[in-house]
Design a protein around this ligand. Structure first.
Ligand code: IMP
Length: 206
């Protein structure tokens, strides 16, 4: 991207150590989750809040990719973004890409109301992480499926964590420590997928 060239010629280019990465988000919980995954792979992740990227799309992959590119054009340093959504089977995938709007408007109680009396409570969280580390752009996908509970349980995490139990656990994400959630979560998978492939590419390129 051209921004790199202009910064090099102005002498203002930030030269990061190979492991430094910014995580562009206003969500401290997400940051804590991704930092733990990234650390295992040898990356040192710093939070960059406040960019207000406002990318809208029906696809979380598009939001993730466009947000990363926009952020990179603004910041010009190695970074990644992550976008996620909750896809509820009985609601034909709703709220999906509109999860943050639905959380802010009807919230957990509203989602439980929509599912009142529903026998099918299957749902999946999906996540797409996009990392830009020139010359590489790497996209990682992650998914975890499970059930929406009848009532909220646990006060950890954020968003819909108190009403989602992943397959293979009795606990909701809201009842799990960060380490436990990361063993199941869509975000841990997408970030691991993107960063492990980035790491290989960096090693191969010397
Ligand atoms: P975002 O656009 O990636 O911030 O995610 C959209 C919305 O999905 C968030 O506001 C949360 O309500 C919900 N969400 C995404 N990931 C999670 C998660 O790991 N746990 C609980 N809710 C989540």
């Amino acid at each position: 991207m051209s921004r790199k060239g202009s910064e090099e010629s102005s002498g203002a280019k930030h030269t990061p150590s190979r492991q430094e990465l910014l995580f562009v988000s206003d969500n401290i919980h997400k940051y804590e989750e991704v930092r733990a995954v990234a650390r295992e792979l040898g990356f040192d992740v710093q939070l960059m809040p406040g960019l207000k990227l406002e990318v809208q799309s029906d696809s979380i992959e598009e939001v993730s990719r466009k947000s990363a590119i926009l952020a990179y054009l603004l910041v010009g340093r190695p970074l990644f973004v992550e976008d996620a959504g909750l896809y509820i089977q009985a609601l034909r995938g709703f709220p999906g890409p509109y999860s943050s709007f639905v959380y802010r408007t009807i919230g957990i109680e509203g989602v439980l109301k929509l599912l009142e009396g529903a026998s099918d409570r299957r749902a999946c969280f999906k996540s797409v992480a996009t990392v830009i580390y020139e010359p590489f752009i790497v996209v990682g996908h992650g998914e975890v499926c499970g059930f929406i509970t009848d009532r909220p349980r646990g006060s950890r995490g954020f968003g819909f964590d108190p009403i989602f139990t992943p397959d293979g656990s009795e606990k909701t994400f809201g009842e799990m420590s960060l380490e436990e959630k990361n063993r199941f979560s869509h975000r841990a998978k997408s970030v691991y997928s993107a960063l492990s492939r980035l790491k290989k590419m960096m090693e191969q390129s010397g």
